[in-house]
Design a protein around this ligand. Structure first.
Ligand code: ADP
Length: 248
């Protein structure tokens, strides 16, 4: 991979819903290994942008390139997941009657189904990967507990672990710390940074305190397009951002 290669490059993106332009002339790009926070007032287009990247919404114009050569607008949602883009919504979707370990094993790419996942058909290389992810998401000591017995925060981490087992290179997370306790929120912030050492992460976030603590680079959307982009410090000092967003 060349050093200037982008994992995601969006140019002139347009999305219309019955004539209403939810996104207009939006440019956005991400380097490999970035942790990018996406903020902006309600209705700014954050969810729509994630929907386009994961293939749920088709653009009416512009270009969305993954790894510089894959045109995402030509792929269906399930193909995009296979290509290595994982989306996590706010509500956890873990299998509550299965254990933490089983949930992760089921998510492994190329896993041929429930039975082989559950009955020891994992190779030692796969088990190694499973244990690596278990400790990364902080659930190593809960591997054999049923997912249904986990706390809200732990379920969210498990779900992030499941995306990582699917070998997602780009993770799209919607308010990953919503509803968490303070200590869970802190662990989530740290988890995002440890993921971004290897994968690339986009986080849509409304909790400005969380953004202030954990964001490196921030993209501010407003009325369907990018208003500003920069470090958290730049964004906090920007008058225009304050005007439309921070309510100063
Ligand atoms: P955000 O996530 O920043 O709050 P959204 O991406 O959800 O913003 O929405 C951007 C705009 O597009 C809003 O005005 C919203 O009402 C509109 N919108 C989103 N999805 C649809 C849809 N399926 N049909 C019609 N309008 C939509």
């Amino acid at each position: 991979r060349q050093t200037d290669e982008k994992i995601l490059s969006v140019k002139g993106l347009e999305v219309s819903f019955d004539g209403f332009k939810a996104l207009r002339n939006l440019d956005f790009s991400l380097d490999y290994g970035e942790l990018r926070f996406l903020i902006g007032p309600n209705g700014a287009g954050k969810t729509t942008l994630l929907d386009v990247i994961c293939g749920k919404v088709k653009p009416s114009g512009g270009q969305v390139l993954f790894k510089d050569h894959i045109d995402l607008s030509k792929h269906q949602e399930h193909q995009i997941a296979q290509l290595g883009i994982g989306r996590k919504f706010q509500t956890p979707t873990v299998f509550s009657t299965l254990t933490v370990f089983e949930n992760l094993a089921l998510s492994m790419k190329q896993q041929r189904g429930l039975l082989s996942a559950l009955w020891a058909k994992t190779t030692s290389e796969q088990r190694e990967r499973l244990h690596l992810r278990l400790s990364m998401i902080g659930l190593a000591d809960k591997a054999n507990e049923r997912a249904g017995s986990l706390s809200h925060g732990e379920k969210q981490w498990l779900e992030i672990g499941m995306l990582l087992m699917q070998e997602a290179d780009l993770l799209l997370l919607d308010e990953p710390a919503a509803g968490m306790t303070d200590s869970e929120t802190e662990k989530t912030g740290e988890l995002l940074h440890s993921i971004a050492a290897q994968q690339t992460v986009i986080v849509v976030e409304h909790d400005m305190e969380f953004v202030r603590r954990y964001a490196r680079t921030v993209t501010v959307l407003h009325e369907g397009t990018v208003l500003r982009e920069g470090t958290m410090q730049d964004i906090q000092q920007d008058d225009k951002v304050a005007e439309v967003y921070l309510g100063r």
